[in-house]
Design a binder for this molecule. Sequence first.
Ligand SMILES: [Zn+2]
Ligand SMILES: [Zn+2]
Length: 215
Amino acid sequence: MDVRTFTGGGFGQNAYLTVCGRSVAAIDPGAAAPRMADAIRTEGLDLAAIVLTHAHVDHIEGVHEIHALAPDAPIWIHPDALPMYRALPHQAAAFGLHVAAQPEPTHRLSHGQRLEIGDCTLEVRDAPGHAPGHVILVAPDASFAIVGDVVFQGSIGRTDLPGGDFHRLMKSIREEVLTLPDTTVLYSGHGPPTTVGDERVGNPFLVPHYGGELA
Ligand SMILES: [Zn+2]
Ligand SMILES: [Zn+2]
């Protein structure tokens, strides 16, 4: 399974397309969704699903662009993220943005579930703390994980937004991210990809030497 990145908007948000043969899943379609939609359309790819790691405005503002390509494709979200998803116009207003409500999600994510994307699967893991109902998506061979705003190269997700919880986030990182092999590539919601091994030894929030909580 390949991963393609589409970055855009004032938040520099990364939307991802996981590609399995001609089947693709659109993960967190944000400001760059029009470019992602162009790629799906012009390359004749088959949209199997839209999957949302969490419901912050920058990760969901382009759902309608992708949904319009294939209105029958399921939209997956964790139930705990639904209230924030449905409150998108209010959430955006808090950032001084005007964003219309997005198409209603059709399917609910749960821990341990396996999403079928063509002949490939993505495993769902609950990882709240940055936002309610945040999940990460792990490739079956653990070659990569799409981690949303749980962890970044050299940083972690902010926990000062509504529903944020620092200790819950650290537990999610410890139990769901650092349990993956060091070679697992982490695709974050912002910034460049990194690996579990690099963050385990170099992330100042995770390394006790720098005042972090866990190793
Ligand atoms: Zn976020
Ligand atoms: Zn984000």
